[in-house]
Ligand binder design. Structure first.
Ligand code: SF4
Length: 78
């Protein structure tokens, strides 16, 4: 299903955190970056979208990225 969810989640990444097309990257200092995989095939999507994303025509609900949890823990540990 492609479309907007009923509400934007209370998360710094907004919609991207619920989207099947996001991927979390980071560095050893604990910074997190939310990459949009749609940017690889569609130039209308930015590789690193401005966050929080509140509306996106490419949104597709998907399973959570397992790296999201790791990144959250890393930030809390700082
Ligand atoms: S398609 Fe939109 S909501 Fe999904 S990851 Fe890319 S920018 Fe975020």
């Amino acid at each position: 299903m492609i479309g907007l969810p009923p509400e934007v989640p209370d998360h710094p990444a907004g919609l991207c955190i619920l989207c099947a097309h996001h991927r979390v990257t980071g560095n050893r200092r604990g910074s997190r970056f939310y990459l949009c995989e749609r940017s690889k095939t569609d130039p209308s999507f930015r590789r690193y979208p401005p966050l929080p994303m509140i509306r996106c025509p490419g949104f597709e609900r998907g399973p959570p990225d397992p790296w999201s949890d790791f990144a959250d823990e890393s930030e809390e540990d700082r």
